[in-house]
Design a protein around this ligand. Structure first.
Ligand code: 3HC
Ligand code: NAI
Length: 699
């Protein structure tokens, strides 16, 4: 084996009398296309051909094929090296067969490299995809022109606008790979070498994807195909630039010669790469991964081996929480207070499984078989962790944790799904506060990506590390936060809510407030959200005293979407919301009664008053060390509260506006409006003065 660069080496083997060169990439952790990989690939290809190899296999060491361009090189700073296009040309134009041997994930630039081989062989477990769209980008190394030529336009549209990874079997069906091999990377290597030898002995053609047009011919000039596709993803991709740009490139692939299509790709790629959306999305990618790291918890901290999970309460949250574990094959014991509640809860779980189109009847039964219902907490005795999801009531939670302390085996992890209560107060009633932690799931718990883990003062290292690891296992995006009312997400949400309430008394309508947030990119504003959740949560007719707009609405029979009337009126058939003059009058009367003068409020003022208090609160959260990093706060807001990904999160967004400007505005609002949430965070003031950033701040 000869080293060609620090990450690429060259080997020679004989197979059935054929001289095969193996170009091996070894750039852990994911074999990203760093400059030395590109240089090494180019040099190795050139050398293999010069040395007279009759065929070449490109294969990777470690856990995966090339998983894409090196995202950390984007934005400059990396040494100059040969460009990816030159590497690709060296493969595509090689005078001997080139075979890409794929295991793990061939993603982005990695798949684009593989698309320049003449043939592709993959192991059965491999995944392939062009996920650039998730980074606010499009495949910029010819992928937009080559993928449609191999799999056809409809499939390319779906893959590139979703970023979905397809399995080897699916890739084989679509012509994206030529052979699938059972077994591990050694089996792959043997199969790829044997494929290469066959390509020589059978004089197989050196197929260049760029030369093919058969699979794009049908879509040429078919504007309707693209219009229909755009309409089908419009709702999901609202506000994002990258999906549309990916579509335009595929249109070019269908309508233009290869090189002209490539030019379109290059131009649009550059536009995205230098724009704010991709910067935000790339930031979010690294922020999510940084959030997994807890500085004072050593990497080798022993984890609790979680073989069986207990969930207490089968209500809105408990059922969804149980589903997360069953989905990854972990058995769950779910306990309710009585048989009727248990039956109701389990029926909802079953219905949710049945409703999901990706579940076959067999999968539904397999998952349900992993969930055992009970009305006896003693059945938690053999669970390695128990998550409590009963009503939000401190006394109830404490009494339950006393019981869990008696029942659960030593070392079992005891978690609460409380959305705002003090984890330390809950832990204090047990004899093992080191085993207690918060695991704050979001509703619907089987769908929402965020898991806000809440570290108690006494939570042990092992308990902290296990909650993060198990969260990753059930496919959540995890953030570790500290104890304070509302933790990170809800604490900031309260600030936004306070100003929203204020502004409708000052003259903005609920629809205006909601539309400002919707236009910013949130899926909905606070008043639509309240209608969806139900205005009568926690409301009691007998104690209602007309002291808030919400109470007044409930008193007037407006309970939200559930009875078709809330802040809005809802069409019984379509559920479309319409602003209601009756509501506006109720608000006006209430404001007059309170002596509040109504005026016109600009959209800009609404946006600032909704979001700047959140930025301010985020800075206070960092000051208090409730969040580890500014970027963790952004991970919470993007994954749990619908903050538009293409704006990075409140901390990233604040930095992009400029902290000095935000401090000015907060100071002004504090003087004119008052309220604790407008008291300027000293940290924010300091960062603004020093030219610092919130997104890179570490507490
Ligand atoms: N560039 C640089 N670093 C990368 C990277 C990349 N493309 N992909 C992953 N990493 C790093 C991560 O930051 C992480 O670093 P850390 O350990 O220091 O935190 C480490 O590799 C491991 O990553 P994960 O924790 O995500 O590992 P998983 O095993 O969970 O997932 C993966 C592996 C599926 C490959 C996932 O990392 C992934 O989705 N990566 C991004 C793939 C991608 O988007 N590729 C396209 C890049 S853009 C492109 O290619 C442009 C081209 O068209 C020109
Ligand atoms: P829920 O009212 O839908 O469900 C609670 C369930 O607990 C009920 O089915 C009830 O029968 C059961 N229960 C009550 N006492 C019990 C006992 N002693 N033993 C066994 N079961 C008992 O409530 P929800 O919404 O699921 O909330 C549960 C917890 O999750 C609360 O702490 C809440 O703050 C938190 N949470 C709720 C979110 C939401 O959006 N609903 C989001 C995040 C957290």
């Amino acid at each position: 084996m000869t080293a060609v660069s620090e990450s690429v080496s060259l080997e020679r083997v004989q197979e059935a009398g054929v001289d095969v060169a193996l170009v091996v990439v070894d750039n852990p952790p994911v074999n990203a296309l760093s400059w030395h990989v590109r240089q090494g690939l180019f040099d190795a290809m050139t050398q293999a051909v010069a040395d007279g190899a009759q065929a070449i296999v490109v294969i990777c060491a470690g856990r995966t094929f090339i998983a894409g361009a090196d995202i950390s090189e984007f934005g400059g700073g990396a040494p100059q090296a040969v460009g990816l296009q030159e590497v690709q040309a060296a493969m595509e134009d090689a005078p001997v067969p080139v075979i890409a041997a794929i295991h793990g994930t061939a993603l982005g630039g990695g798949l684009e490299v593989a698309l320049c081989a003449h043939y592709r062989v993959a192991v059965a477990s491999a995944k392939l995809g062009l996920p650039e769209v998730n980074l606010g980008l499009l495949p910029g190394a010819g992928g937009t022109q080559r993928l449609p030529r191999l799999v056809g336009v409809p499939k390319a549209l779906e893959m590139m606008t979703s970023g979905r990874h397809v399995s080897s079997a699916e890739a084989l069906g679509d012509g994206l790979v030529d052979d699938v091999v059972d077994g591990d990377v050694d089996a792959l290597r043997a199969a790829a070498v044997s494929f290469a030898a066959r390509a020589v002995t059978e004089a197989m053609p050196l197929l260049r994807v760029r030369d093919r047009d058969d699979k794009v011919a049908d879509a040429k000039g078919d504007e309707q195909l693209f219009a229909d596709f755009r309409a089908s993803i419009a709702r999901k991709t609202r506000g994002f630039l990258a999906p549309e740009y990916n579509i335009r490139c595929i249109e070019a692939a269908a309508n233009l010669p290869f090189d002209e299509g490539l030019a379109v790709e290059g131009k649009l790629f550059l536009e995205l790469m230098t724009g704010p959306q991709s910067a935000a999305q790339r930031y979010a990618f690294f922020a999510e991964r940084a959030a997994n790291k807890i500085p004072d918890i050593p990497k080798d901290t022993p984890l609790i081996d979680v073989q069986r999970v207990g969930v207490l309460g089968a209500g809105t949250m408990g059922g969804g929480i149980a589903m997360n574990f069953a989905n990854v094959g972990i058995p769950v014991t779910i306990v309710e207070r009585d048989q009727a509640s248990l039956d109701r809860g389990l029926a909802v779980v079953r219905k949710n499984y049945e409703r999901s189109r990706s579940n076959t009847a067999e999968m539904v039964e397999q998952r349900m078989a992993l969930i055992t219902g009970s009305t006896d907490k003693a059945d938690f005795a053999d669970c390695d962790m128990v998550i409590e999801a009963v009503f939000e009531d401190m006394e109830l939670k404490q009494s339950i944790f006393r019981e869990l302390d008696e029942i659960c085996k030593p070392g079992a992890l005891l978690a609460s799904n409380t959305s705002a209560l003090d984890i330390d107060e809950i832990a204090a009633v047990t004899s093992r506060p080191e085993s207690v932690i918060g695991m704050h799931f979001f509703s619907p718990a089987n769908v929402m990506k965020l898991l806000e883990n809440v570290r108690g003062a006494k939570s042990s290292d092992s308990v902290v590390a296990t909650t993060m690891a198990i969260g990753k296992k059930i496919n959540k995006v995890c953030v570790m936060v500290g104890v304070c009312p509302g933790f990170v997400g809800n604490r900031m949400l309260f600030m936004r809510g306070a100003e929203a309430e204020r502004m409708i008394l000052e003259g903005a309508t609920p629809a205006q407030v909601d539309s400002v947030l919707y236009e910013f990119g949130f899926p909905m504003g606070p008043f639509s959200m309240s209608d969806l959740a139900g205005l009568d949560i926690g409301w009691k007719e007998e104690s209602s005293s007309s002291s808030t707009i919400r109470e007044i609405l409930c008193e007037n029979g407006r309970r939200g979407q559930k009875n078709g009337r809330g802040y809005y009126t809802y069409d019984p058939d379509t559920r479309a919301a319409t602003p209601d003059p009756e509501v506006e009058q109720l608000i006006k009367d209430f404001a007059i009664g309170k002596g509040i003068e109504q005026r016109e409020i600009s959209d800009q003022e609404i946006l600032e008053r909704l979001l700047y208090p959140m930025v301010n609160e985020g800075a206070k959260i960092l000051e208090e060390k409730i969040a580890i990093r500014g970027s963790d706060i952004d991970v919470v807001w993007v994954n749990g509260y619908g903050w538009p990904l293409y704006r990075g999160g409140p901390m990233h967004w604040a930095d992009s506006i400029g902290l000095a400007e935000i401090v000015d505005k907060i100071t002004g609002y504090s003087e004119s409006l008052g309220g604790k949430h407008w008291d300027l965070s000293p940290l924010l003031a300091q960062l603004a003065a020093d030219g610092g950033q919130l997104q890179t701040y570490t507490s």
